[in-house]
Design a protein around this ligand. Structure first.
Ligand SMILES: O=C(O)C1=C[C@@H](OP(=O)(O)O)[C@@H](O)[C@H](O)C1
Ligand SMILES: C=C(OP(=O)(O)O)C(=O)O
Length: 423
């Protein structure tokens, strides 16, 4: 896929549903009693993997153009899977479903694509084993494929070494099947969609600072879930409108949960003109429309507690920083090394290939912005966020940028190129 400088981004765009919330709606629907009706469900490959996994455990899930219906069988209503559970490219599916599988009375095997089989699973094997589950990395490398023998679990208090919503959610979901309360403390607060949705389905769950506590064996009841637009997908449009001169773009129906909206604060510090309009609630999630105008940007520092609130947006923020005047420092972002690809290394490589002045560090990078960027031929490494971030760089840089294996955007945003280019 090839990109050149585009015209100003004008008018409005409505981006697809939130990936994290779509996954969770299917999972909680599957283990609740009654029907869960999901609107604005993200039909990306990752969320379709979640649906396929629960169908293999006997859950009836109907797909209609406007809604998804999940007919749950209750907390103990899953059947032993008819086959190996394939999570595809989805880390969220792998880690969250493992928490549910750990509490079942059957054995299951879970695998995924080459990227999934490189991503660290020890971070969930450790707490699930503490709870009494038998979870094995079949290649003994701490990664998938995983064999999970479920059992009646023990409630634990887990101090997570990483601020990861996937680890936290995995332990909380396992906690539904424990003999007493389970709590998780993380170093910084990560996205809290699981907590909000578990509460709305009827779980007894409380958050105090960085600790979440859940009581076991709740009566979960199917709900209507209206999925907000994904701020991680909106991020590419925010960045494109900020970079392309003359742009003034209204991005409608974006989830602005404070554990996810770090990109807005960073952009504002960089000098961005972003107005938050029509603030409202969708279920328990805050939503707004964002009016973004082309802006002159300056460098900033992104670190610490802010990192989990914008973890998936760091690739596109690094692109913005390359176009901004002055120095941007990204620290505490070592988690980027263990996503769909090693995003730190690839960002440094690709930004340099486009002419940016960037130095990789142990846990981030230093970008000395303001040099004019030029086109380059770039591998996506089958990482949707890399492909979308450099598509944005490509429409703001001089000359032609080609992204190889660009179709991987279907993981989280089918139709992304059409929305970006055919406006
Ligand atoms: O819980 C979730 O839905 C997610 C959590 C984050 O991962 P970590 O928990 O590994 O930080 C994020 O990068 C991922 O895209 C989705
Ligand atoms: C890291 C991501 O997703 P996951 O961990 O679910 O594969 C992402 O979407 O950027």
């Amino acid at each position: 896929m090839k990109f050149r400088k585009t015209e100003a981004l004008k008018g409005e765009v409505t981006i697809p549903g939130d990936k994290s919330i779509s996954h969770r709606a299917v999972m909680l629907g599957a283990i609740s009693r009654g029907t869960t009706r999901i609107t604005n469900f993200l039909r990306g490959a990752d969320c379709l993997s979640t649906i396929a996994c629960f169908r293999k455990m006997g859950i009836s899930i109907e797909e209609f153009p406007e809604e998804i219906l999940v007919h749950g069988n209750g907390l103990h209503g899953l059947h032993a899977p008819t086959d190996i559970l394939d999570v595809g490219n989805s880390g969220t599916t792998a880690r969250l479903i493992s928490g549910i599988l750990a509490g079942q009375s059957f054995e299951s095997t879970l695998t995924g694509d080459a990227s999934i089989c490189r991503r660290p699973m020890k971070r969930i094997i450790t707490p699930l084993s503490m709870m009494g589950a038998d979870v094995k990395s079949l290649r003994e490398n701490g990664c998938a494929p995983l064999a999970i023998r479920g059992s009646r679990l023990q409630g634990i208090h887990y101090e997570s070494p990483v601020a990861s919503a996937q680890v936290k959610s995995c332990v909380l979901l396992a906690g539904l099947y424990a003999d007493k309360e389970t709590s998780v403390t993380e170093p910084y607060i990560s996205r809290d969609h699981s907590e909000r949705m578990l509460a709305s389905f009827g779980a007894d769950i409380k958050t105090e600072n960085c600790t979440v506590t859940i009581q076991p064996e709740p009566k979960l009841t199917g709900q209507d879930v209206a999925v907000p637009g994904d701020i991680s997908s909106a991020a590419y449009f925010i960045a494109a409108a900020l970079l392309v001169p003359g742009s003034e773009l209204l991005i409608k129906n974006v989830g602005i949960n404070p554990t996810r909206d770090g990109i807005l604060g960073v952009c504002r510090r960089m000098g961005a003109d972003i107005a938050i309009l029509n603030k409202r609630e969708h279920g328990r999630e805050p939503v707004a429309d964002l009016l973004v105008r082309h802006s002159a940007l300056k460098g900033t520092v992104i670190e610490g507690a802010e990192i989990p609130t914008l973890i998936d947006e760091l690739p596109v923020l690094a692109v913005l920083a390359a176009f901004a005047e002055g120095r941007t420092v990204i620290r505490d972002a070592q988690e980027l090394k263990v996503k769909e690809s090693n995003r730190l290394d690839i960002l440094v490589h690709h930004l340099s290939a486009m002419g940016a002045d960037v130095t990789g560090t142990e846990d981030g990078m230093i970008i000395r912005g303001g040099r004019p960027l030029h086109g380059a031929v770039l591998e996506s490494h089958l990482d949707h966020r890399i492909a979308m971030s450099f598509a944005v760089a490509g429409i703001a840089a001089k000359g032609e940028t080609e992204i190889l294996q660009a179709d991987c955007v279907d993981i989280s945003y089918p139709g992304f190129y059409r929305d970006l280019l055919e406006r």
